[in-house]
Write a protein that binds this ligand. Sequence first.
Ligand code: ATP
Ligand code: MG
Length: 249
Amino acid sequence: MIVFDNVWFSYGEREVLRGISFKADFNERIAILGESGGGKTTLLKLILGLIKPDKGRIFIDEVDITELSEEELIPIRRKFSIVFQEGALFDSLPVKENVAFFMRELYKIPDEEIYLKVSQLLQRVGVADAENLMPEELSGGMHRRVAIARALSVGKTKMFLYDEPTAGLDPINSQRIISLIEELANKEGIGFIIITHIVYVAWQLCERFIFLHDGKLIFDGSKKELIKTKIPALKEFIKELLFKVTESE
Ligand SMILES: Nc1ncnc2c1ncn2[C@@H]1O[C@H](COP(=O)(O)OP(=O)(O)OP(=O)(O)O)[C@@H](O)[C@H]1O
Ligand SMILES: [Mg+2]
């Protein structure tokens, strides 16, 4: 379980998160919505202990992570499989080395075993043929799949964290990544937090929606509650979704 208890965070003078509180179970499917620059990625970094709150507490499985050292954070971070928004892959390494990277770092297992696991992971995310390609040779959609394979390589995941997994992809590839995210969650029976500013992506995947606005968490609710919201900023944000949902009814 993730618990944020009145979390405040600033980058220097720039106050990004102001008194954020929520609880999330690892098996939930949650979208964090909000405008660009609204603090979504910052929130993800706080979950992983990559940055520390100025005020407030963050608990992961009842452990207060706000005071932990880098070393103490390792087992916390290993509970999550993360696909970051930018620079997901190491540019100088071929796909198979990218996917092998954390396995080499974390586990002392022979190369043969690592490469077998790499092939299996690439197959699972639908890019089995990409093993020897360099990241620059991949399309946006393939790039994202390899990043997901690498996130999966760590194993023992309790929750997936996806930061803008469909950013920059065409509608077809976006749809494929959405299906992959759903398939992985169904197969593994574990939840995810997805950060996106494309509300329709969230709508397809999630059952719970958190909206950040002006540094504050101003909405936390279900699909039903989302489309009925009276909060002006959220209504504006989901305008397109309301159009799509009513159109398909
Ligand atoms: N390392 C940093 N140093 C200083 N300011 C930062 C840093 N990282 C982010 N910010 C600022 O903090 C604010 C929140 O950034 P964050 O990346 O969390 O937003 P976001 O909601 O993920 O946006 P996007 O949808 O564009 O990814 C932005 O104004 C950003 O410019
Ligand atoms: Mg971001």
